[in-house]
Design a protein around this ligand. Structure first.
Ligand code: 4AD
Ligand code: MG
Length: 477
């Protein structure tokens, strides 16, 4: 007997055939109708049991969450909401689920409650839909780069350099040169000092990706990155996944073109391939919004929002132009953006970014040419001597989704910058080598994967789009 996934059962023409399916019980009604789900699709298959033909003790074990193997004939369904159902001939309870203690009941649970049950929450429709969309996006990302001639590079997770120079790294090992850690018998303690130098978990694969771009031309990374920043927001994780393309001979304009084309492509992929899940997530949002006052409801439903981003040009504005817009804007009736008015060169706060994207331009915005002093050491200095060829992409409801730049390719300028920022040049000798041997213009960016999943699913908190979120004081699973 061939086992089918529920997705196959619902999409292939198998009517009147004998089929076997495995899955978990969503609901069991009237001692007759089992709604079974196996995760392959949002939809359940209805399994109809003729209870007179089955042992009562067996049917008692069919409760929400139990794992079943069901064999029967696939027939057209008389019931509403499903095309086919299984008339059950054989039913095996593979694993029971105690209805009194199983946390995932067939009712609406709050996302906060489900966060405490991260190992089981993917059994809800919402999390299953989010994680399927996440998987599809991951595939679409690899696919985009592979079809466009990029090579995938696996950059190290454990590293000796701080790519962003922000000092927000998780320590792996330390070495106090004067007092190396010793074991009881006087040997260097390898557990504490494995590498003979200070090492950390990577905050970004960019610097290593640059070395590969300067040989393979077009490369990308897609891996976990770690930030020990104490940010308890709905947009920050301590462990998140980042996609970082890096391209030799691309300037900042080409970098912006790439980022925009890439994002549109992967959004289009999920629009085409995740229809059911997106429709479900959209409905979930619409239901949620019913309880909000009109003014707080979004003016576009989820799928419309995704289509809008896929079909319309992002607005490109320089930092200086953006500051002028903010200076001349009145976000609410009385208050102006005081902080911005006082000082050119200040970093934009999320309220400013939100205003530009959601109120002023009403579309994704690429801000470029930021003040040098608020950006990382490796960005290419402009001729004005005070701005760098940086870009951030800001998304409605999300804020910054991409950060990137053209890299400083001139050895002398880069060295000066490293010195001015008091970074140890010796730590970056290999990075400086790239500027000694065949240096060239090159650019890249980093896209925060979970922020993309947030946008694509319409979820409100980044903790709900990664299987096991790591945030300050939270690594339970
Ligand atoms: O702007 P960031 O810090 O840029 C870099 O790391 C560069 N080295 C990238 C490059 O040019 N190759 O981070 C890039 C993106 C942000 O725009 C944001 O989407 C995401 O990574 N990000 C985070 N996502 C979740 N939690 C955090 N704590 C994040 N920090 C950054
Ligand atoms: Mg950034």
């Amino acid at each position: 007997m061939k086992s089918y996934s529920i997705k196959e059962l619902l999409s292939q023409n198998l009517s009147l055939q004998e089929v076997t399916v495995n899955g978990w019980v969503k609901t069991f009604r009237s001692n007759r109708f089992i709604a079974l789900n196996d995760g392959s699709t949002l939809n359940n298959i209805q399994c109809v049991v003729d209870f007179e033909n089955f042992d009562e003790a067996l049917l008692k074990k069919v409760s929400t969450g139990a794992a079943l193997k069901v064999t029967g004939t696939l027939v057209e369904s008389q019931g509403r909401g499903q095309s086919v159902e299984i008339q059950v001939k054989e039913l095996i309870v593979l694993g029971t689920s105690d209805p009194d203690t199983y946390p995932i009941q067939p009712k609406k649970h709050s996302l906060e409650f489900l966060r405490e049950k991260a190992h089981l929450r993917v059994r809800t429709n919402t999390f299953a839909a989010v994680m399927r969309v996440r998987s599809a996006l991951s595939f679409a990302i690899h696919s985009y780069f592979q079809k466009n001639g990029f090579y995938n590079v696996h950059t190290p997770i454990i590293t000796g350099s701080d790519a962003e120079g922000a000092g927000e790294m998780f320590r792996v090992s330390t070495l106090d040169q004067k007092k190396p850690p010793l074991t009881e018998d006087g040997q260097i303690d390898f557990k504490q000092d494995f590498f003979g130098k200070e090492t950390n978990l990577t905050v970004s694969g960019q610097l290593e990706a640059e070395t590969y771009a300067m040989a393979l031309g077009k490369v990308y990374t897609f891996g976990p990155t770690f930030r020990a920043e104490n940010s308890n927001t709905s947009r920050h994780l301590a462990e998140f996944w980042m996609i970082e393309p890096e391209v030799a001979f691309n300037d900042l304009d080409a970098n912006m073109d790439l980022a925009e084309d890439f994002i549109k492509d992967v959004i289009n992929y999920v629009l085409t391939n995740c229809k059911e899940d997106l429709e479900f997530l959209e409905q979930r949002l619409l239901d949620e919004e019913k309880s909000k006052p009109q003014a707080e409801r979004s003016d576009m439903a989820l799928i419309e929002k995704l289509k809008f981003v896929a079909e319309n040009n992002f607005k490109r504005v320089s930092y200086t132009e953006a500051i002028d817009i903010l200076k001349n804007s009145t976000p609410n009736k009385k208050k102006k953006f005081q902080y911005i008015i006082e000082e050119w060169g200040a970093d934009l706060q999320s309220e400013h970014e939100r205003f530009l994207v959601e109120k002023h331009f009403k579309c994704p915005v690429i801000l470029f040419d930021y003040p040098a002093k608020i950006k990382a050491f490796y960005m290419r200095l402009n001729d004005d001597g005070k701005t760098v060829r940086a870009m951030d992409i800001l998304f409605p409801g999300i804020g910054e989704i991409v950060g990137g730049s053209q890299r400083e390719e001139r050895l002398d300028v880069l060295k000066e910058k490293i010195k001015a920022l008091d970074i140890d040049e010796k730590e970056l000798w290999w990075y400086l080598d790239l500027r000694k041997f065949g240096t060239a213009v090159h650019s890249g960016f980093g896209l925060g994967f979970e922020r993309l999943v947030l946008f694509a699913t319409g979820m409100g908190n980044i903790r709900d789009v990664i299987p096991f979120p790591r945030t300050p004081q939270n690594a339970e699973f």
